[in-house]
Design a protein. Structure first.
Ligand code: NAI
Ligand code: 15L
Length: 264
C-alpha cells in the first residue's frame, strides 16, 4: 500500500488509526476540517472540508485506499448533516471514481439499524432501520457505496461500527463494543483482502453478548481478538440494572433511538 487516505483524522477513531496504522502504508494522508498535529515521518497532513467538491477531488488523488471517517458522528441538525455527511460522502465517492477507484472503508454505524430490537439478531442482509437522522446519513452512505460498486466498480466495506472506545462506557456497550486493537486489525484486513466488492460488516469485538452476526467477515479473514467481558463486572457495578421497558434498552440504538421517541 503506497498511500492511504484517512478522512476525519482529527477525530477519536482517526487518532487511533494514525497511531495504529503507522508503517502500514508508505504514506498516511491525514485529512480533517479540524486542526491536526503536524505531519511526522510517513505522513501528509491535508486539511479539507468534505463539502468542498474541488478540494475533495484534489484530496483523493494518488491514493491506493481511503478510510472515510470524516463527518458528523452523532445526531445533529439536518442542514449540518447535509453538508458533512450527505454532500461530503458524495464528494468522496466522486473523487474516488475519478481518481483511480481506490477501495474505500466507509465508517457506517450501528445507528443505521438502531431501531431493531435488541432481541433480534441481525446480519448483513437485515433491513435498514435508522434510529436518527444521523443513522439515515449512514444508510445513504451504504446505498452510495453499493451504487458506486455496481455501476463504477469502486469497492467498499461498509462497516457498521458499534462503539469503538478504550473501554465500554455503559451496559449497552458490553454488547456493541469494539476495541481499538480490533479496529486496527480490521482496517488492515479490509485493505489486504484480494477483493471485497461492496461488503457490509459489523465493527464489533468478540463480546459474550452481541446482536450482530458477522459470519461473512470470513470473506476478508478478520477475527476479533478482544471481548468486553473483562469490563463486565466493573460496568455492571457502575451502572444500575436496565429497565426493559425503556426505549433506550428495547432498541439497539440505545439513546439515539430513545431520544424524541414518539414525541413531536
Ligand atoms: P469524531 O466526531 O471524533 O470524528 C469525526 C471527524 O470528522 C472530526 O474530527 C470532524 O472534525 C471531522 N469532520 C466533520 N465534518 C467535516 C467536514 N465537513 N469536512 C471534513 N471533516 C469533517 O468521530 P469518531 O468517533 O472518530 O468516528 C469516526 C467515524 O466513525 C464517524 O463517521 C462516525 O459516524 C463513525 N462511527 C464511530 C463510532 C464510534 O464508536 N466512535 C461508532 C459508529 C460510527
Ligand atoms: C456512533 O455512531 C457514534 O459515532 C459514537 O459516538 C457512539 O455513540 C456509537 O455510535 C454508539 O452507538 O455507541
Amino acid at each position: 500500500m503506497k498511500r492511504l487516505l484517512i478522512t476525519g483524522a482529527a477525530g477519536n477513531l482517526g487518532k487511533i488509526l494514525r497511531e495504529g496504522l503507522k508503517g502500514y502504508a508508505d504514506v498516511l494522508r491525514l485529512s480533517d476540517i479540524a486542526p491536526m498535529d503536524p505531519a511526522g515521518l510517513g505522513e501528509e497532513v491535508v486539511p479539507c472540508d468534505l463539502s468542498d467538491r474541488a478540494a475533495v477531488h484534489e484530496l483523493t488523488k494518488d491514493c491506493d485506499g481511503i478510510i472515510h471517517l470524516g463527518g458528523i458522528s452523532i445526531e445533529a441538525a439536518f442542514d449540518d448533516l447535509l453538508q458533512a455527511n450527505f454532500l461530503g460522502t458524495y464528494n468522496l465517492y466522486e473523487g474516488a471514481r475519478k481518481n483511480g477507484k481506490p477501495r474505500i472503508l466507509f465508517a457506517s454505524s450501528n445507528h443505521a439499524i438502531g431501531f431493531h430490537k435488541r432481541t433480534t439478531k441481525l446480519d448483513d442482509k437485515s433491513e435498514l432501520r435508522p434510529d436518527s437522522l444521523y443513522g439515515v446519513t449512514k444508510c445513504y452512505g451504504e446505498a452510495l457505496a453499493s451504487y458506486y460498486y455496481d455501476k463504477f466498480d469502486v469497492e467498499t466495506v461498509s462497516l457498521r461500527i458499534g462503539s469503538c472506545f478504550e473501554k465500554p462506557r455503559d451496559r449497552r456497550m458490553l454488547s456493541t463494543w469494539m476495541s481499538p486493537r480490533d479496529f486496527i486489525s480490521l482496517m488492515k484486513a479490509v485493505f489486504d483482502a484480494p477483493m471485497t466488492g461492496h461488503l457490509v460488516m459489523y465493527g464489533v469485538s468478540n463480546n459474550r453478548t452481541k446482536w450482530w452476526s458477522n459470519d461473512h467477515a470470513d470473506l476478508i479473514g478478520w477475527q476479533p481478538q478482544d471481548s468486553s467481558d473483562i469490563f463486565r463486572e466493573e460496568i455492571e457495578a457502575a451502572f444500575p440494572a436496565e429497565d426493559r421497558h425503556d426505549p433506550a434498552v428495547i432498541y439497539q440504538g440505545g439513546g439515539f433511538a430513545a431520544k424524541g421517541h414518539f414525541e413531536d
